[in-house]
Design a protein around this ligand. Structure first.
Ligand SMILES: [Zn+2]
Length: 78
């Protein structure tokens, strides 16, 4: 049985490791959630700044876990 009480505060919606498909860096993405307030939010690879999107209540936070592997030093260009 689901509780009839919806939490009024945010919660951690998701957390996962992602490998950037541009530079090969691995970073952890922590996605905040809040019922009724989730929409398309953007976050960026901490190494090359490539933009990714997911559903969240606010901008997800990213933590670098493994540096880029592509040997380049510039930022991602679409
Ligand atoms: Zn990257």
């Amino acid at each position: 049985m689901a509780s009839p009480l919806e939490p009024a505060f945010g919660y951690q919606r998701d957390q996962f490791d992602q490998t950037c498909d541009y530079c090969g860096a691995v970073f952890e993405v922590t996605v905040p959630g809040q019922k009724g307030h989730e929409e398309r939010e953007e976050y960026h690879c901490p190494e090359c700044r490539k933009e990714f999107h997911c559903r969240a209540s606010n901008s997800p936070s990213v933590t670098l876990k493994s540096p880029r592997t592509d040997g380049r030093s510039g930022n991602y260009h679409g």
